[in-house]
Design a protein around this ligand. Structure first.
Ligand code: AP5
Length: 216
């Protein structure tokens, strides 16, 4: 399965991506995680570090190069999940070219819809375990004792507002791009993580138990 998860900041893309990928045995390709890893390794230019911290998008060619190189890796052969990419129409056409090189195309683009009044709280109270990458929420999914928690610099309240408006501007062209091709599916991201997972799996036509059983 080759799929894309789209949704506003804090919609739960990362949370659901980890569950789908574990179930399907495919890698999660998160451009946000790749950019943060490049920053941690001192490999992200200063102007891009500042752009991310301010809630803006990095240039299309930067993320396209990252994704192009990543899907070449052998673990992507059976499929992959793109989390937070593509975000713009040029990224979507760039992705077509990347997939064309492998003589393949996307199966589905799944948008997770969450009203903006819920997103602020989800992002601001998010914490990530530095060692495992596991995503927690101080209110809805509290971390265990001993977790090494990180608060993303772009999860400050005023930056989240900017990221939300960037997302709204971007999806105005991205979602119709996939809708016209009949690739777009939408689910509500409101409710508990488990409730959203049920909707996501139903929309993708996969079963939580089936994936586990097939790999057992
Ligand atoms: P990126 O890392 O992709 O961030 P994002 O899209 O803003 O999404 P988030 O990671 O904030 O949220 P999420 O939907 O994954 O939610 P999560 O599961 O963590 O991008 C960061 C930056 O990198 C961008 O701003 C840009 O600068 C740059 N970038 C990345 N990709 C790019 C691209 N393609 N082009 C250009 N620039 C790019 O959940 C959030 C919180 O809510 C967590 O605490 C979680 O525990 C909690 N939660 C999840 N689900 C539920 C639920 N159902 N109920 C209650 N709480 C929940």
């Amino acid at each position: 399965m080759r799929l894309v998860l789209v949704g506003p900041p804090g919609a739960g893309k990362g949370t659901q991506a980890k569950i789908i990928c574990a179930n399907q045995g495919i890698p999660q390709i998160s451009t946000g995680d790749m950019l943060r890893a490049a920053k941690a390794a001192g490999k992200l230019p200063k102007d891009l570090v500042e752009k991310m911290a301010a809630g803006g998008l990095v240039p299309d060619e930067v993320v396209l190069d990252l994704v192009d190189a990543r899907v070449e890796e052998p673990d992507c052969k059976p499929g992959f999940l793109l989390d937070g990419f593509p975000r713009t129409a040029p990224q979507a056409t760039g992705l077509d070219k990347v997939l064309g090189k492998h003589d393949t195309e996307l199966d589905v683009v799944l948008a997770i819809d969450v009203p903006s009044e819920l997103l602020q709280e989800r992002a601001v109270l998010r914490r990530t375990d530095k060692r495992t990458g596991q995503i927690y929420h101080l209110k809805y999914n509290p971390p265990p004792a001993g977790a090494e928690l990180e608060h993303r610099p772009d999860d400050q309240e005023e930056v989240v507002v900017k990221r939300l408006s960037t997302y709204e501007a971007m999806t105005a062209e991205l979602l119709p791009f996939y809708e016209k091709r009949g690739k777009l599916k939408r689910v509500s991201g409101v409710g508990t993580v488990e409730e959203v997972t049920e909707r996501v799996f139903a929309a993708l036509g996969i079963s939580l138990d089936k994936g586990r059983a097939e790999r057992a």
